[in-house]
Design a binder for this molecule. Structure first.
Ligand code: TYD
Length: 209
C-alpha cells in the first residue's frame, strides 16, 4: 500500500494578524480529529534561520538580495534537512502547518525588490512542495497596529504603519499574480479569535474530507 501524503498548510499575514493564535487553534482542531500533524515556522531555528534573525535585529548587515537568498536557503533547509525536514514528514503522511512560507518573501522582500525576481528564486521550492492551501489572515493595518502596540512598550509608529501597509499590498499583489497556480484562502481576520478559527476551518476542512 502506498502511503498517502500529508496535507501542507501555510499561514500568512502581516505582523499582528493573529497567525500564532490561529496556528494553535488549528493544531488543536487537528489533534481533536486525530490527524497526525506537525507545526513549524520560518525563519527556522536552523543555521540559516539563525543568521536571518541576526540580520533582522541589526546584529549583521546584508544586501536585500542576499537576505532574499537567505530566506530561500532557509526554506530549502526547512524542506530538506534530515533531522526535521518538512518533505520527509509530508511523505510519511503527516499534516504540516507552517507559520510563513514563500508568500512571506513575496510580500516582505518585494517592498524593496522586484516581485518576479523573488518568485523565480523560490520556484525550486514551489516545485518541491507547494502548500495544499495558503491561508492569509487579512486584517486592517490599523487593527494590526493596535494589537502590536498593546503588547509592547513602544513602536516606531509611522515606520511601522507605512511598512505594514506596503506588506499587505504586496501580499494581495502576489496572490493575484499567482492565483492560477496556488490555492489561497483570504480570511477576514478582523473578528474575535474563535470566529476567525471557524472561518479558517471552513476553508481547510474540505482538504481532509
Ligand atoms: P516572524 O517570526 O513571523 O515574526 P515574529 O518574530 O514577530 O514572530 O517573522 C520574522 C520576520 O521575518 C517577519 O517580520 C517577517 C519576516 N520574513 C520575511 O521578511 N521574509 C520571509 O520570507 C519570511 C519567512 C519572514
Amino acid at each position: 500500500m502506498t502511503q498517502n501524503k500529508g496535507i501542507f498548510l501555510a499561514l500568512e499575514g502581516i505582523d499582528g494578524s493573529g497567525k500564532t493564535t490561529q496556528l494553535q487553534k488549528l493544531t488543536a482542531r487537528l489533534a481533536q480529529l486525530n490527524i497526525k500533524h506537525y507545526s513549524t515556522q520560518e525563519p527556522t531555528g536552523g543555521p540559516v534561520g539563525s543568521l536571518i534573525r541576526q540580520i533582522l535585529t541589526g546584529r549583521t548587515l546584508a544586501d536585500n538580495r542576499v537576505m532574499a537568498s537567505l530566506f530561500v536557503a532557509d526554506r530549502l533547509d526547512h524542506l530538506l534537512n534530515n533531522v526535521d525536514g518538512i518533505s520527509q514528514k509530508i511523505d510519511a503522511g503527516v499534516c504540516v502547518l507552517t507559520d510563513r512560507y514563500y508568500f512571506s518573501s513575496y510580500a516582505y522582500q518585494s517592498v524593496d525588490m522586484d516581485l518576479n525576481w523573488l518568485i523565480n528564486a523560490n520556484r525550486p521550492i514551489a516545485e518541491i512542495l507547494r502548500p495544499n492551501l495558503t491561508i492569509f489572515l487579512d486584517i486592517p493595518v490599523s487593527t494590526a497596529l493596535a494589537r502590536i502596540q498593546a503588547g509592547r512598550f513602544h513602536t516606531e509608529l509611522y515606520e511601522k504603519e507605512e511598512r505594514l501597509l506596503a506588506v499587505r499590498k504586496q501580499y494581495l499583489t502576489a496572490f493575484a499574480q499567482l492565483q492560477a497556480e496556488e490555492n489561497i484562502a483570504i480570511i477576514d481576520a478582523d473578528a474575535d479569535a474563535d470566529t476567525v478559527a471557524e472561518r479558517i476551518w471552513q476553508a481547510t476542512a474540505p482538504l481532509f474530507g
